[in-house]
Design a protein around this ligand. Structure first.
Ligand SMILES: [Zn+2]
Length: 479
C-alpha cells in the first residue's frame, strides 16, 4: 500500500490477545504460559513452608498476578481444544498448590476447594455470562456479539435487563431533597408511636404536598411492588430476578412517573422505607443504572414543573400509607390485574450468575470421593485465624487433604505405601490423629477429638488442640 509492503502474518496481537490464522488460540495460550512462569517462581519463593507468607496473602498474589492473566480473554479462548485449556489449568493449579502448601500428588479438586477458587471451566463460564450481561446493558453492542454469547442471552432473559442511560442533566445541576429526619432517631429506643408522632409533625408543615407511598416485597421468589396515592393503589408483578433493593428502587421510579403524569399537585413527596434505595439516588456522581434512570425521571419531572422530594419512613410503624403499600406489594402476585414489569438490573443478574456458578461447583464437590470431602462437605472456604504461622497452616491443610510428607513420601520415592512401625496398620492421617498407639498419651492429655472431621474442623478450639498435638508429638516437622 503506497510505498509499504504489507506482509502476510500468521498471527496478530490485538489488545494483548494473540489471534492466529487457524483460530486455535494455541500461540496465545503458550504466550500466557510463558509469561506466568516467572510469576509462579515468585510464588514458589514466597511459599517456603518454614518462613513463607501466609496462605491468604499468597492466594491474593496468585489471583492478581496469574489468574488475572489467565482470565483475560477467557470468553474468547474458552472455545479452544480441551488439551490447550489444560495448559492453562496446569499453570493455575500450580500457583494455587504452591500458595496453600500442598503436594503435587494432591487431587486438584481438593487443592481448589482449600483455596476457595472454583475450577477454571466454571469460573470462565461465569465470566462469559457476565460479559453477555454487560453487553446487554449497552444495546448498541448487541449486533457484534458472538453466537456463544447469544445463547447466554436466552438463558438469562437478558433482553429485559435495564439498559444504561445517559444522564439528561449534569450531576452538579441535580438537586434532590431527601428528608431523613426520622432516620436520625435511635432505632432501638424509639417506639412506633414516637416515629408516627414525629412523622405527623413533619407532614403538618407540608399540607400542600401530595403524598405517594412506595413499597416492595420479595416472598418465596415472588417479587412485587406497589405505589399508593390517596385511593389509587397500583400493583406490579416484577421479575423474580429482582432483589428487594431493585424492587424498592423501581417502585420509587414508578412513583416519579406517576407524579409527573397523573398527579395534579405540583409539590409531591415520595415516601419509602428503603433507606438504601433513597441513598442510592443521592449518589449523583456515580449512580447505578437504576439510580441514573430515577435521576433522569426526577429531572424530567422538574422540567414538567413538579417539585418532587423524598422522605424515609420506618417500616412496620403503623404509618397507614406505608402499611397499605406494604400489603399491596405483598399481594401483587395475587391481584386480578396487576401490571407487570419484566426488567431487572445488571447487579441482579450478576448475583444470580455468581450463585449458579457456586451451586455448580458445590454439586461437583458433592460428587467427590477425596479424603478432604470426608471432612469438608462444602466449597465455602475455611480461612485460618491470623495468629497461626505458615508452617502450622501448611500442616493443617495437608492433614485436611490427607496427603502429608510422612504418609505420602513413598510416592516421591517410588516405594510401597508405608505401615505404622508401632501398630502395623497402613500409615494414614486418620491413623495418626485418631488411632495410633504411639500418640495415645498426647491424645488423652489434650482431649483430641475422636473424629477426624472434628480435629481438622475450622473451629478455633479444635484447631488449637490439633496444633498442640502436632507440636507435642514432634509431628509438625514431619508433615
Ligand atoms: Zn500407629
Amino acid at each position: 500500500m503506497g510505498n509499504h509492503t504489507i506482509k502476510s502474518q500468521t498471527q496478530v496481537k490485538i489488545l494483548g490477545v494473540i489471534f492466529d490464522s487457524k483460530a486455535s488460540w494455541r500461540p496465545y495460550i503458550q504466550h500466557i504460559q510463558k509469561s506466568c512462569l516467572s510469576r509462579i517462581n515468585l510464588i514458589k519463593t514466597l511459599s517456603h513452608t518454614a518462613w513463607g507468607a501466609q496462605t491468604q496473602m499468597l492466594l491474593k498474589i496468585h489471583k492478581s498476578l496469574i489468574l488475572s492473566k489467565i482470565d483475560y480473554g477467557a470468553s474468547l479462548i474458552s472455545t479452544t481444544k480441551p488439551s490447550h485449556l489444560r495448559i492453562l489449568e496446569s499453570v493455575h493449579n500450580s500457583g494455587i498448590r504452591l500458595s496453600i502448601g500442598a503436594f503435587r500428588s494432591n487431587p486438584i479438586s481438593s487443592i481448589l476447594n482449600i483455596a476457595g477458587v472454583p475450577p477454571l471451566d466454571i469460573r470462565w463460564s461465569e465470566l462469559t455470562f457476565k460479559i453477555a450481561a454487560r453487553m446487554a446493558r449497552a444495546p448498541q453492542c448487541l449486533h457484534s456479539s458472538p453466537n456463544l454469547i447469544f445463547d447466554n442471552y436466552k438463558k438469562y432473559d437478558l433482553d429485559n435487563i435495564l439498559t444504561t442511560e445517559i444522564s439528561i442533566s449534569p450531576p452538579w445541576l441535580i438537586s434532590i431533597n431527601i428528608n431523613l429526619d426520622l432516620h436520625q432517631l435511635p432505632k432501638k429506643s424509639t417506639s412506633s408511636s414516637q416515629y408516627r408522632n414525629l412523622f405527623m409533625e413533619i407532614l403538618s408543615s407540608k399540607q400542600q404536598h401530595a403524598l405517594i407511598y412506595t413499597n416492595a416485597s420479595v416472598v418465596a421468589n415472588r417479587v412485587g411492588m406497589a405505589i399508593i396515592h390517596g385511593d389509587t393503589h397500583i400493583q406490579w408483578k416484577l421479575s423474580n430476578k429482582c432483589s428487594i433493593y431493585t424492587a424498592e428502587a423501581l417502585a420509587i421510579l414508578k412513583a416519579i412517573e406517576f407524579a409527573t403524569n397523573k398527579v395534579e399537585a405540583n409539590q409531591i413527596i415520595i415516601l419509602s422505607d428503603s433507606l438504601s434505595s433513597l441513598m442510592s439516588i443521592q449518589n449523583h456522581w456515580k449512580p447505578t443504572d437504576l439510580a441514573r434512570k430515577i435521576l433522569n425521571a426526577h429531572t424530567t419531572a422538574s422540567f414538567a414543573g413538579k417539585q418532587i422530594s423524598y422522605m424515609w419512613i420506618p417500616g412496620h410503624c403503623n404509618i397507614e400509607g406505608n402499611e397499605l403499600a406494604d400489603k399491596a406489594a405483598k399481594q401483587a402476585h395475587l391481584a386480578n390485574n396487576p401490571l407487570t414489569s419484566p426488567v431487572f438490573t445488571y447487579q441482579d443478574v450478576k448475583r444470580i450468575i455468581a450463585i449458579e456458578a457456586q451451586n455448580q461447583w458445590e454439586n461437583k464437590w458433592v460428587a467427590q470421593t477425596t479424603k478432604l470431602h470426608e471432612i469438608k462437605r462444602t466449597t465455602y472456604p475455611w480461612p485460618f485465624p491470623a495468629n497461626i504461622s505458615r508452617k502450622q497452616e501448611t500442616a493443617i491443610t495437608r492433614l485436611r487433604i490427607g496427603h502429608t510428607y510422612i504418609t505420602h513420601q513413598h510416592l516421591m520415592k517410588g516405594e510401597e505405601p508405608p505401615d505404622c512401625t508401632q501398630c502395623g496398620s497402613p500409615l494414614t492421617v486418620k491413623h495418626i490423629l485418631t488411632e495410633c498407639r504411639s500418640y495415645e498419651n498426647e491424645r488423652r492429655e489434650l482431649n483430641l477429638p475422636d473424629q477426624l472431621a472434628d480435629s481438622l474442623s475450622p473451629e478455633q478450639r479444635n484447631l488449637t488442640t490439633t496444633l498442640k498435638f502436632l507440636h507435642n508429638t514432634g509431628l509438625l516437622n514431619k508433615i
